[in-house]
Design a protein around this ligand. Structure first.
Ligand SMILES: *[C@@H]1O[C@H](CO)[C@@H](O)[C@H](O)[C@H]1NC(C)=O
Ligand SMILES: *[C@@H]1O[C@H](CO)[C@@H](O)[C@H](O)[C@H]1NC(C)=O
Ligand SMILES: *[C@@H]1O[C@H](CO)[C@@H](O)[C@H](O)[C@H]1NC(C)=O
Length: 585
């Protein structure tokens, strides 16, 4: 198939051959800088309507490019949303969206992660001659079977360079931070502790009765290990802090535990250096912020600057970091040859509060938040593209688009071919972004919570209406609240949800806040819409096949033999980035 560039080229060759070469060069291998925020709400950004948080750099990016107002995350949590983003496929296709051991990877020392046979856009671009890098958060696994097999590591998924956090930033990464580990997670810890206890007791009995050929030294080691395990989890955050909050450069551990305060400066430095190093060749850089996930640790320059406490400070700091990355592109004269993208992995986290102050993100007029698959607040995120000269400036597109669309879009523009041996759920956004078409290719989008389908969206091309059908919604607590304030996140199944039979129907295009459910009395479309969506869901569900579950109880269980460790296990500790500056301005 001819690329858009080629077609344009043939057209232009008639007019002016040197323009042709220019256009072809520009279209065939742009650089990509894909910036992803963590837990950022759509209502936190100036150009999406926030008038008190200052985000001048992101606003300018939108002014110089296209702003999507219906940009939808494939899942309302980090791990599945990022898996879908990287592969262009719903998370359940790679086994990354399945309930069982939790909805995200909980430890670094687990065997689950993005499977090696999944293809990321980075893997395809690498083959097309791109230099590829990811700076910041990964959260898609590390090892499979043995320590340092790195089967889930970014370097095994198409990236030449990785600098960042292989897991994520959790509250536990900041000493003294509030606990983020949830109930099933604590149950896993208790289970492991008990297992170790019983193992030691069995060994002692075995030794006494001569049934087990085991040395006292071995028993002592196991007991010591069990004791340390116990102590660290009794100290609560300590366990996560030392063993899951680490900073890596490629395969090397730089900080264990990582120093949260230093990270903003590192991310900016590494991103700018990556761009500088690769300015002569086409490159793909994914900048994956830990902002604005808690713990909120603004650097000195930003602490106390915003009107919204620490949360606002961190948003403004992130905006400044976006600006620093963009200025590296612009200052090197790469502005017209680089596609820049900015989005958040899912909506803001409603249940995170400090007293009455919201510290987990603001989803504007949209209902719900992080963890909720159906309500817009959990999945509708900012989405901005800039590529001067190719993508129009100061343009707003309201069509439904998905974070999964980055996969075919990036692959196509980078000159690669989409895999044909699997289903790709994302759609090429380039025709929409360049206004060659005014319609999104997504007629239906499906909204999963763990492995349960909670809702489906139908964009009716002819009428332009967008409908949303909810089959299940989270059971909020306390009653009347929006959120699950008795725990950290709303659940997806059983008693945690309310099943709707008949389903709830909203017309999103006229009721974006999902406040007026329609019924057969109030809407003449009611029956027809429900039937059409029902058929689409049935067709969609036929495409689901059984794959190994990466987030099963076993795969998401901490395993000492898979624990990345700087130093001698279990005393993992190092700091190789000590004297490297912490100011971002
Ligand atoms: C801007 O963001 C802050 C903090 O997230 C929020 O409290 C405020 O309501 C937002 N303002 C608007 C107009 O959305
Ligand atoms: C970049 O593209 C813009 C818009 O087409 C154009 O005005 C500008 O001159 C271009 N800059 C360079 C350095 O080519
Ligand atoms: C990857 O391997 C698993 C296990 O063999 C299989 O079920 C799955 O279909 C494979 N995925 C792809 C995209 O080939």
């Amino acid at each position: 198939m001819m690329s858009v560039g080629t077609i344009q080229c043939i057209f232009l060759v008639v007019m002016h051959s040197s323009t042709c070469i220019l256009v072809e060069a520009m279209y065939s291998k742009p650089n990509f800088v894909l910036i992803l925020a963590d837990d950022l709400g759509i209502g936190d950004i100036g150009c999406y309507g926030n008038d008190t948080i200052r985000t001048p750099y992101i606003d300018k990016l939108a002014k110089e490019g296209v702003k999507l107002t219906q940009h939808i995350a494939a899942a309302p949590l980090c791990t599945p949303s990022r898996a879908a983003f990287m592969t262009g496929r719903y998370a359940f296709r790679s086994g990354m969206g399945v309930f069982g051991g939790g909805r995200v990877l909980k430890w670094l020392g687990v065997s689950g992660g993005l499977p090696p046979n999944e293809t990321t856009f980075a893997k395809i671009l690498q083959k097309e001659g791109y230099s590829t890098g990811i700076i910041g958060k990964w959260h898609l696994g590390a090892n499979c079977d043995i320590l340092n097999d790195s089967c889930h590591h970014p370097l095994s998924h198409g990236f030449h360079y990785f600098y960042g956090f292989p897991l994520a930033l959790f509250n536990e990464c900041q000493p003294g931070g509030q606990l983020e580990i949830d109930v099933p997670f604590r149950a896993q810890l208790a289970f492991l502790s008990q297992l170790i206890c019983w193992a030691v007791i069995t060994m002692v009995i075995g030794k006494y009765t001569n049934l087990l050929p085991i040395s006292w030294k071995m028993i002592f080691c196991c007991a010591l290990f069990g004791f340390l395990f116990f102590i660290t989890w009794y100290l609560k955050y300590g366990f996560m802090h030392y063993w899951s909050c680490i900073l890596m450069k490629n395969y090397e551990i730089l900080e264990q535990p990582m120093n949260v305060q230093r990270q903003p400066a590192r991310i900016v430095r590494e991103s700018r250096q990556f761009i500088e190093r690769h300015k002569e060749v086409p490159f793909l850089l994914v900048v994956s912020f830990h902002h604005v996930h808690t713990p909120l640790v603004p650097t000195k320059a930003f602490a106390g600057r915003s009107k919204h406490g620490m949360y606002g400070d961190v948003v403004e700091e992130m905006d400044f970091m976006v600006g620093s990355v963009i200025s590296a592109i612009d200052d090197l004269g790469l502005k017209n040859s680089t596609l820049i993208y900015f989005a958040s992995d899912h909506g803001g986290h409603l249940e995170v509060k400090d007293g009455d102050i919201q510290t987990g993100g603001w989803n504007g007029i949209y209902r719900g938040g992080k963890g909720m698959a159906g309500w817009e607040g959990g999945i509708r995120v900012p989405g901005i593209f800039r590529w001067p000269g190719v993508i129009p400036s100061d343009t707003v597109i309201d069509e439904p688009t998905s974070l999964m669309d980055l996969f075919p879009t990036v692959v196509g523009l980078g000159g690669g071919k989409l895999p044909t041996d699997r289903i790709i759920d994302g759609r090429d956004l380039f025709p929409l972004l360049t206004q060659k078409t005014s319609n999104s290719e997504h007629e239906f989008l499906f909204h999963y919570c763990g492995s349960s389908l909670h809702a489906a969206r139908w964009h009716e091309k002819d009428s332009g209406r967008t409908w949303k059908v909810h089959y299940a919604t989270p059971a909020f607590y306390p009653e009347g609240a929006v959120g699950c304030y008795h725990t950290i996140l709303c659940g997806c199944e059983e008693k945690d949800v309310i099943h709707h039979e008949p389903p709830l129907l909203y017309e999103l295009s006229s009721d974006p806040s999902e406040s007026n459910p329609l019924s057969s009395q109030t809407s003449s479309y009611y029956k027809e819409v429900l039937n059409r969506v029902k058929t689409a869901v049935a067709e969609h569900q036929k495409t689901i096949s059984v794959v190994p579950q990466q987030l099963s109880f076993y795969n998401n269980l901490w395993k000492p033999w898979l624990q990345p460790c700087c130093g001698r296990f279990p005393f993992c500790w190092c700091d190789k980035e000590e004297n490297n500056g912490t100011d971002i301005i």
